[in-house]
Ligand binder design. Structure first.
Ligand SMILES: [Zn+2]
Length: 436
């Protein structure tokens, strides 16, 4: 059994059932897949690899509760699009509303495979050790097999205790006629789908699913989330939200609601959503959510000519929780991952604090939330296995990058920006804004 002793680091972690983030100095012993001891000044036993963590921070691996991993193969192609524009230019195959099948419905299994592998490695590089991959490119069985093989190969944890567990990504919750979906979702659960994830576009869809008996603790709704009645449904059912602040702000989904979920006692985590648009890190998601929420509060105060309060309502510790234990709880994995505690799986990050980003900083919570980047994530463990070491992925990234570029270029060649723009313009001139 491989053992690591992380010596002399500063640990920052949430603790189950307790508010805030605990920061303390200690050694951490990892044996096999598990954190087995947290104690000061542990003497290394024979056969234990000691990692000097002087001037280092140790945190749980980040948990992403809503990400489309394969979209790494389309990186940069639609950062400036609205959601409506996306639905016409690049819908998933089953959502095609345009007059022809566009980008995602046309991807090959090989393109999906390299996108998934690169997307998982991107996550690990950024310290995201667990992902809920909302995979919507199962154009054929071969696409599904290719994505699954790449996921297993990557070493990332996809939702559960055997590192990779299958669930059901049900693309969009439907409103008026739920009946056809009831049978489908029940069949998936009966076949062993451990989690069901869906994009929730409007409240009525969430309540319709509740009325049909489909909402349960295994349903983290996707990026859009509730606005009114659905809050109550989510709280009462124990279903969670995978909130994705950057996508939501940019594409027109509505305002980021992760901190409101926290205040309402609804389970919630953060996610990068489309990694074709966003980077694979959680730093940006934490910062965006926190600063947007603060900005909204401040704007309300200014508009109503009120005085600024004594303190900010939301702080770094709140979004640190969302990105770690909050996400784990959202995926019903709070007993397994999401904190640095004895008995938890060793999904751990070690940050070097002598970098240009973190040099001189003393508090790991504000440091991680406001200043850190992937280059500061020196070491990443998943299940006690080192997947990033000395700031570099253990798996060689170079060959993956070459293959990724080849496929990404081929996609852009088949579906040029001009061609897609032409289709959007044609739609717009004929029908105006799409309504869903
Ligand atoms: Zn999504």
């Amino acid at each position: 059994m491989t053992k690591y002793l992380l010596k002399g680091g500063t640990i920052a972690t949430c603790e189950k059932g307790k508010p805030g983030v605990r920061v303390f100095k200690s050694d951490v012993l990892v044996a096999g897949t598990t954190i087995t001891k947290i104690e000061e000044n542990m003497a290394p036993e024979a056969g234990v690899e000691v990692i000097d963590c002087t001037d280092k921070w140790i945190t749980p691996g980040f948990v992403d509760t809503h990400r489309h991993v394969f979209m790494a193969v389309m990186r940069g192609n639609h950062c400036d699009w609205l959601l409506t524009e996306y639905f016409i230019k690049s819908p998933a195959r089953h959502l095609t509303v345009a007059l022809y099948r566009t980008v995602q419905g046309d991807l090959t299994p090989d393109e999906v495979r390299i996108g998934t592998l690169a997307g998982c490695l991107d996550a690990l590089h950024n310290g995201v050790t667990t992902l809920l991959d909302h995979f919507h490119a199962a154009n054929t069985r071969a696409h599904l097999d290719a994505a699954l093989a790449a996921t297993l190969e990557s070493g990332a944890r996809l939702r559960a205790d055997g590192r990779v567990t299958l669930g059901l990504a049900y693309d969009v919750l439907r409103g008026a006629d739920v009946a056809p979906h009831v049978e489908f979702v029940r069949a998936a659960r009966a076949a062993g789908a451990r989690i069901v994830t869906a994009h929730a576009l409007v409240d009525e869809h969430v309540t319709a699913w509740r009325d049909a008996g489909l909402i349960g603790t295994d349903v983290p709704a996707g990026a859009r989330g509730p606005r009114g009645a659905a809050w109550k449904v989510l709280k009462e059912s124990g279903a969670g939200i995978g909130a994705t602040p950057v996508d939501e702000l940019g594409m027109g989904h509505g305002n980021p609601l992760a901190l409101e979920a926290l205040a309402r006692g609804v389970k919630c985590g953060l996610g990068a959503d489309a990694v074709s648009i966003n980077g694979g890190d959680m730093f940006t998601q934490m910062r965006t959510q926190l600063q947007w929420s603060r900005g909204a509060t401040h704007e309300n105060i200014r508009q109503n000519k009120l005085a600024l309060p004594y303190k900010n309502e939301w702080n770094s510790a709140d979004v640190f929780r969302l990105a770690t234990l909050g996400g784990a709880e959202c995926l019903n994995m709070g007993d397994l991952i999401g904190t640095v505690e004895v008995g938890k799986r060793a999904d751990l990050l070690v940050f070097d604090t002598n970098t240009p980003n973190l040099g001189g900083a003393a508090d790991p919570v504000t440091g991680v939330v406001f200043h850190a980047g992937s280059e500061d994530v020196e070491t990443v463990f998943v299940d006690g296995e080192m997947v990033k070491k000395n700031g570099k992925l253990v798996r060689s990234w170079g060959p993956v990058a070459m293959e990724l570029r080849k496929h990404a270029d081929a996609i852009r060649e088949r579906w040029s920006a001009n061609k897609l723009e032409g289709e959007w313009k044609k739609w717009w001139d004929t029908f105006g804004s799409p309504v869903w």
